[in-house]
Write a protein that binds this ligand. Structure first.
Ligand code: SF4
Length: 217
């Protein structure tokens, strides 16, 4: 827990939309600072831009998740909530290793809280974010061994829409050793997992094996 560094405070209302860009040849620390300064979606973000990520060139596991919820937006810490507890349980990792950026990177599909849908639930990640930042950030990881695609947005962005989501999860072995597709660890997934018991009996044990492999345990 001592390694957690909350994101800088949210940009104030009225902040202009701006992509800070990235200098060619920049290393990960500079890229992470640039991502933190991004306000590109400011007009669409009800609580203002507050990019939340965990980035280090040496990370062995890269988590591509959805977008922060309100709790993460307020704390500046990714996955510091019930979904994060569930994800860490799936991975077999305690907070000390999960929040060690030299082991685990968190590079969401949308780094800022996107707001609520009128009918409830959070909006999808901002569509500007992953196409802009992932190509800048991904090459700066020295030797990632496993990329976890957490939730339908990440799975479809990286692996395409070629098959139904549940089938993609069930056929996780086809995209190893690099990509491991997963559902979002929200409470809704508990219901989904009851209907798909192979998730707990087959996918989770395989996930823990892959995480241990990636971390060299
Ligand atoms: S969601 Fe991504 S692209 Fe949009 S302001 Fe935040 S960091 Fe920038």
């Amino acid at each position: 827990m001592g390694l957690i560094r909350p994101a800088p405070p949210a940009a104030p209302p009225g902040t202009p939309a701006r992509d800070p860009g990235l200098r060619p040849g920049a290393e990960m620390a500079e890229a992470a600072a640039a991502a933190s300064a991004c306000t590109l979606c400011a007009p669409h973000l009800p609580l203002g831009p507050r990019p939340i990520h965990q980035l280090h060139a040496q990370a062995r596991i890269v988590i591509t998740s959805q977008a922060p919820g309100t709790k993460a937006h307020l704390s500046g810490i990714p996955f510091e909530d019930a979904s994060g507890e569930r994800l860490r349980d799936w991975l077999g990792l305690g907070k000390d290793r999960f929040y060690d950026p030299t082991l685990v990177a968190i590079m969401p599909m949308g780094m800022c809280y996107p707001g609520r849908e009128p009918r409830g639930g959070d909006r999808p990640p901002r569509p500007e974010c992953a196409p802009l930042w992932h190509p800048r950030l991904l090459p700066l990881f020295a030797a990632p061994r496993l990329r976890l695609l957490v939730g339908a947005h990440a799975v479809r962005f990286v692996l395409g829409r070629g098959m139904p989501f549940a089938e993609r999860i069930e056929r996780y072995a086809e995209t190893l050793p690099m990509h491991f597709p997963l559902p979002h660890p929200s409470w809704r997934t508990l219901v989904w997992a009851k209907r798909n018991p192979w998730f707990d009996t087959e996918v989770i044990p395989a996930l823990r094996r892959e995480v241990a492999r990636a971390l060299g345990d």
